[in-house]
Design a protein. Sequence first.
Length: 137
Amino acid sequence: MAEVSGPGKFSERTDKAVSAANNSLPNAGYGEQADYQEQKSGAGMAQSPGGNMDFSSIFGNPASRVVGFGEPSMEPGLPVTDGASMGAGAGMEAISPQTQEGDAYFAAYLPALEYLANQPGSSDAARNLVRRIKYSL
């Protein structure tokens, strides 16, 4: 009979084969726990494609670049509509990479884009963008 979860605050996930709390098999038969631990110790753990890279090592601390609502603007001469198709300031050409020598504009972002493109579940479009940027350099 399958394990049943309790109600409300007593509920627990029952669809996992390995208990997250102690990293062991739940309801293991005689000798199965020792076999499992032995097999697990001999297997290599999965590594991320980029080594030990994480978001903060690529982009830094994002909280350090947050400007509060009560703080003065970091660019006082720039209208909020800059980069929009309507309003004051430059139009869409201000954010278009074509004005910055095409894909070479994104060369500074290449390490971060490669990391994202190499993640499991990344789209073909992301990988093609990285290939296109590398080709243009």
